[in-house]
Design a protein. Structure first.
Length: 300
């Protein structure tokens, strides 16, 4: 997949339009429609924005940039176009359509969701896009929402589920486990002293942090998956200065410092709590390991 941080010169394209901040099942339906278009031999494209895209409400991201690109590539996207938001935000809808989609990107077919807006001040809507497509001889498809539990899937619903610790519901809307691939950093090495060595990972500033607590998780190291226990929070028994992900991988031993490791959350097991002693903390962690092995069996 080609990734452009500007607006390239392309020809004969089928373009999915949208922010696609979570690449959840609703977003995937729009992207897949652009990739699967059979009207002509067209290159599939996604026109989106990077982390400079302002969010009016909860600005926390569901996906790290590399993971977003990976999701797009798996869906079959040939070209991912993510210009700086400032470079197009002042364009009127008709100017964005003509100057960007037609003249630069060579659009023959456009795909969007029912809530798509574009142009300066989000002045253009789906009806505007359809009118412009008809005027310039471009085919257009509007993909209906994908529902879960009778309601449209949205990034805000997924964020709310994660903030409630409902990682299984979030996974059903995402179409995959909620995960993050982050660098392993040094901690206090208390887990090593307890016989339960952990990997520590800090969350980026704009990444959504799920509900504090202990999760059954799956950790990917190389081409293998391991059942694991992940504590998200501030480690109240020993105290810590900022939220982090701390993961114990019972069946793995080795040095992962400085490596990028993916952790996927499978099930919320319990709230974070402060134990009366380090020994009680150790016993709780060991029991968490037993519970996690059972909960993650289908993912290993």
């Amino acid at each position: 997949m080609n990734i452009y941080r500007d607006i390239p010169q392309l020809k004969h394209t089928s373009i999915a339009l949208g922010c696609f901040d979570g690449v959840h099942l609703g977003h995937a339906a729009v992207i897949q429609a652009a990739c699967d278009y059979k009207g002509k031999a067209l290159d599939s494209c996604v026109f989106s924005f990077g982390d400079d895209m302002p969010y009016k409400q909860n600005g926390k991201r569901l996906l790290l940039w590399d993971d977003k690109c990976e999701c797009m590539a798996r869906l079959g996207v040939n070209h991912l176009i993510v210009p700086p938001f400032e470079s197009v935000r002042s364009l009127l809808p008709q100017d964005f359509f003509k100057n960007v989609l037609l003249d630069r990107l060579g659009a023959n077919h456009l795909v969007c969701g029912e809530n798509f807006r574009f142009g300066n001040g989000a002045a253009g809507d789906v009806a505007t896009l359809q009118t412009l497509c008809e005027q310039y001889g471009v085919t257009c498809r509007v993909v209906p929402p994908v529902n879960f539990e009778g309601t449209m899937i949205s990034s805000s619903r997924i964020k709310a589920a994660l903030q409630n610790g409902e990682v299984q519901r979030a996974a059903q809307m995402l179409g995959r486990l909620f995960s993050y691939r982050l660098e392993v950093v040094h901690g206090r090495q208390l887990g090593r002293q307890l016989g339960t060595p952990t990997i520590n990972q800090y969350f980026p500033e704009h990444f959504l942090i799920p509900r504090y607590g202990v999760y059954a998780s799956v950790t990917e190291i190389g081409d293998r998956r391991y059942h694991s226990v992940t504590n998200i929070g501030v480690k109240p028994t020993v105290g810590w200065h900022q939220p982090l992900s701390e993961t114990w991988i019972p069946d793995f031993s080795g040095d992962l410092y400085g490596q990028l490791v993916r952790v996927s959350l499978v099930s919320f097991m319990r709230d974070e709590c402060k134990f009366d002693s380090i020994e009680k903390l150790k016993q709780a962690i060991l029991q968490d390991g037993v519970n996690s092995k059972h909960l993650t069996a289908d993912y290993i």
